[in-house]
Write a protein that binds this ligand. Structure first.
Ligand code: ZN
Length: 287
C-alpha cells in the first residue's frame, strides 16, 4: 500500500473564472507563506483529445471554441477551451502522481463535476474528474471510487460514469439545490446522499461519514475526490452547514483509507476558502 509523504498541490496559471479567482489567488498566497506543510508546486502538462473524448462528445469539445455563452452560469471566455484543458491536464497529472505514491491535489479551475458529455453547465466546461477516472480505468485501475463532497450534486460525473464497470460514485450534497438532481441512487454504481437545507452540521457530517463508509465497502484501489468547499456554513452561494474543522476531518478520513488518492478542486466561494483548503490538505497529509 502506498504511503504519502509529499504534499504536492498542482497549481499553475491563474484562471480568471468569475468570482472564483480571488479565492485561488489567496489560497496560493496562504500555501506559499505557511511552513506547516511541505508543498511542491507543479504546472499542468498538455492533454490530447483522446482521454477527453472518453467522457465528452467531439461536438462538445469543438463547441468550447465557439464564442457564445453556454448558460447563465457558464459564460464563454476568450480561450476558455484552453483553460478547461489545462484543468483536465492537471487532473491527469494528479492521477499519475497519486499512482506514484504522492499526496496530490489540483487547485486548478474551472471545476468540472457539472459538465455533461454534451454540455457545459454550472461553471464547468470539461469534467476533470470523470476524464481522470476513465483514464485510470483504461490504464489498469480495477476499482476506482469518486468521493464528491461539493455541496452541489455532481450530476455530470454521475451521468458520465453511470454503470461503468469498476467505477463507483459517492456524492453528498444539499437537495433541493442546484442542479436539481441527486435525490436517489442511479444505475448500479452511483450513490447519492442528499441533505436538506437547514439540517444541522451534525446531520451533514454524519451523512458524509455514511457515504465514506459505503465507499470503503466498495474496496477501491484508487480514490478520486471532487473537493468542493461550498458546504461551508458561510459560503455565499447556498445554505451549507460545515465548519473549518469538518474539512480537516474529511482530509483525515480520506487519508485513513490508505489507498492512492488525488483531489481536484470543485466549488467553494467564501472568503475563508484558503483556510478551508489548508485544513483539508493538513488532514490529508496527517499533520
Ligand atoms: Zn458546488
Amino acid at each position: 500500500m502506498s504511503k504519502f509523504f509529499i504534499n504536492r498541490p498542482i497549481v499553475a496559471i491563474v484562471i480568471a473564472i468569475l468570482m472564483t479567482m480571488c479565492g485561488i489567488v489567496a489560497t496560493l498566497e496562504l500555501l506559499r507563506n505557511q511552513t506547516e506543510l511541505p508543498v511542491t508546486w507543479a504546472a499542468p502538462g498538455r492533454v490530447d483529445d483522446a482521454p477527453i473524448l472518453r467522457a465528452h462528445s467531439p461536438e462538445h469539445l469543438a463547441r468550447l471554441n465557439e464564442p457564445e455563452d453556454f448558460d447563465a452560469d457558464t459564460p464563454f471566455y476568450e480561450n476558455i477551451g484552453a483553460y478547461a484543458r489545462a484543468s483536465v491536464a492537471a487532473a491527469l497529472d494528479a492521477l499519475k502522481a497519486a499512482r506514484a505514491g504522492e499526496n496530490v491535489s489540483s487547485l486548478m479551475r474551472p471545476p468540472g463535476h457539472h459538465a455533461m458529455r454534451d454540455r457545459a453547465m454550472g461553471f464547468c466546461y470539461l469534467n476533470n474528474i470523470a476524464i481522470a477516472v476513465l483514464e485510470a480505468a483504461a490504464s489498469g485501475a480495477k476499482r476506482v471510487a469518486v468521493y464528491d463532497f461539493d455541496v452541489h450534486h455532481g450530476n455530470g460525473t454521475e451521468a458520465i460514469l453511470v454503470d461503468r464497470p469498476g467505477v463507483a460514485f459517492f456524492s453528498t450534497h444539499l437537495y433541493p439545490c442546484y442542479p436539481g438532481t441527486g435525490t436517489a441512487n442511479v444505475g448500479k454504481n452511483c450513490f447519492n446522499y442528499p441533505v436538506e437545507p437547514g439540517e444541522p452540521r451534525e446531520t451533514y457530517r454524519a451523512t458524509l461519514a455514511r457515504a465514506l463508509d459505503d465507499l470503503k465497502k466498495f474496496r477501491p484501489d484508487l480514490v478520486a475526490v471532487s473537493a468542493g468547499f461550498d458546504a461551508y456554513a458561510r459560503d455565499p452561494l447556498v445554505q451549507g452547514a460545515l465548519v473549518l474543522e469538518d474539512y480537516y476531518w474529511l482530509g483525515q478520513s480520506l487519508r485513513a483509507l490508505d489507498v492512492p488518492m488525488f483531489s481536484l478542486l470543485e466549488g467553494g466561494y467564501s472568503r475563508e476558502l484558503p483556510e478551508l483548503i489548508f485544513a483539508y490538505l493538513k488532514g490529508v497529509e496527517g499533520k
